[in-house]
Design a protein around this ligand. Structure first.
Ligand code: SAM
Ligand code: SF4
Length: 475
């Protein structure tokens, strides 16, 4: 095994996760109903919670209090986010990996994994398949390997943006890849990425050490923890954090995520754009080592609701690792983005039809319904599925912040843009049933808008989408 290269940290990098303090916050008895009400009220007044307040919500085990927390998360979601939900798809580029993460099928010691990296033509084929389904937003996913350096990732991003078929195009490319040094982030940013996402996996130092052997790049806790600070330093101000739930106590990981969000906010004045909370899934060659920390469905719902209340302005991403029914339920608590029609085998959008192939994927998915099926369910459940990418493309970065900071922004921009991107999908890609249900949903949203100039403009644009080739008409 070659020696590991010297890993460069950000200026004044610090390990801001104090395990003993987080454990201590989780120890006292549960707070009473009145205290929970006070904390929830703070959150409903749209203020972020402190670490200590979040811990109090995490200690509330009584089913009645848990019910109150769910109700508050639902209310906050409705008041702040309304009924929009953004859709994206993951695109796995390559599964070569120099790390040996115990939970992941791509780990280097997994001899059963079929190793593959998409060539540029193969990448374009995957993108065409995704565009033909109606996708506009992708996240590219990479193992960690010297071949997947910043130049390679930037080339993949450009290749995706340049691949267009019919009325299809990808308008936003996010990244989930290994942490980099500052210069490398700049190269990737120049290719026009949206969010750079890195999951800490577990914030608990001892568990982190057991899951990620020391002689691997990922074995360095601080290098990973500091990964998004370096991204920020390089000018990528749109970053996503996450933890892999099931490696350690879920309540500790929620505190780790909130600590991380507060750290970025304090240091850079911008919190993370998104938080992801993947739950450990079965994967090729993985024998579950310890079931103690498995997160039950009820605790999963609790963690999403508490995150919603703790960081009201941060987007929450719920992936297709979870089964359809649970996704539907959890969405009510304030999830703002979901993936749909996802395939995570390399080449999976053209090669494996409806089957999941264990040797070729990183883990198995819980929800493998098509994009159209998910769109149909969403509109029937009263959501506005959105493919909007307007803010990011108009240079309104810190997009999420914008939405909430500017009074009336959601009504003036987000809702009309969600409706036009939904109409594009309905006209260009939807099945007849989804189109009919979707058009009813669009109409009912238009009926709710005040009769003003903007409403007229929106109606004109929706008509243009139906009757002409005009697309991408955002406010
Ligand atoms: N290789 C890069 C890294 O490790 O950060 C990026 C991509 S990795 C393929 C994406 C994420 O998948 C990991 O950060 C981890 O949280 C998640 N993952 C790995 N194994 C998993 C499993 N068995 N079940 C669910 N999620 C898993
Ligand atoms: Fe490699 Fe990422 Fe899987 Fe770890 S989680 S083995 S780094 S692909």
């Amino acid at each position: 095994m070659p020696a590991l290269p010297r890993l460069e940290l950000s200026r004044n990098a610090v390990d801001f996760v104090d395990d003993a303090y987080l454990e201590q916050l989780l120890r006292p008895p549960a707070p009473d109903a009145e205290r929970i009400r006070d904390i929830v009220d703070k959150s409903l007044s749209k203020q972020a919670l402190s670490l200590e307040e979040t811990a109090e919500l995490l200690r509330a085990d009584d089913p009645k209090l848990v019910k109150d927390i769910f109700a508050a998360a639902r209310q906050l979601k409705r008041e702040l986010y309304g009924i929009r939900i953004v859709l994206f798809a993951p695109l796995y580029i390559g599964n070569d990996c120099v790390n040996d993460c115990k939970y992941c099928a791509f780990r280097r010691s997994n001899a059963e994994a079929v190793r593959r990296t998409l060539g540029s033509t193969e990448l374009r084929e995957q993108v065409v398949a995704l565009e033909n389904k109606g996708h506009k937003r992708l996240i590219l996913v990479f193992g960690e390997h010297p071949a997947y350096d910043a130049t390679f990732i930037a080339d993949c991003v450009r290749n995706v943006y340049n691949t267009k078929v019919g009325r299809g195009e990808i308008r936003r490319v996010n990244i989930n890849a290994a942490p980099m040094d500052v210069e490398s982030y700049k190269i990737v940013k120049d290719a026009g990425i949206g969010t750079y996402q890195i999951f800490m996996e577990t914030y608990h130092h001892e568990t982190y050490g057991r899951m990620h052997p020391r002689n691997t790049r990922k074995g360095n806790y601080l290098y990973r923890l500091d990964g998004l600070d370096r991204a920020m330093q390089a000018g990528c101000d749109d970053v996503g954090i996450g933890a892999l739930f099931g490696l350690y106590d879920w309540r500790f990981e929620v505190l780790g995520l909130v600590r991380h969000a507060l750290h970025l906010q304090e240091r850079f004045n911008v919190g993370p754009h998104t938080i992801s909370f993947p739950r450990l899934r079965p994967a090729c060659g993985i024998v579950p080592e310890n079931e103690t920390w498995q997160v039950t469905d009820n605790d999963f719902k609790r963690l999403v609701a508490i995150l919603r209340l703790a960081v009201p302005y941060t987007g929450l991403i719920l992936t297709a690792r979870e089964p359809a029914e649970l996704r539907r339920e959890v969405m009510e608590f304030g999830v703002s983005q979901i993936d749909a029609g996802s395939r995570i085998e390399i080449g999976g959008y053209t090669e494996t039809a409806d089957a999941q192939v264990m040797e070729r994927e990183q883990f198995s998915l819980g929800d493998i319904r098509s994009l159209d099926e998910v769109m149909h369910e969403l509109v029937q459940d009263g959501y506005i599925p959105s493919f909007c990418t307007a803010c990011y493309r108009l240079g309104r970065t810190g997009e999420h912040f914008m939405e909430f900071a500017i009074p009336g922004f959601i009504k003036r921009y987000c809702t009309p843009n969600a409706l036009t991107t939904l109409m594009e999908y309905l006209v260009d890609y939807a099945s007849p049933e989804t189109r009919a249900a979707g058009e009813r949903q669009v109409q009912s949203e238009i009926d709710k808008l005040p009769d003003d100039e903007r409403k007229q403009k929106l109606i004109e644009r929706l008509e243009q989408i139906k009757t002409s080739d005009k697309r991408d008409l955002y406010f």
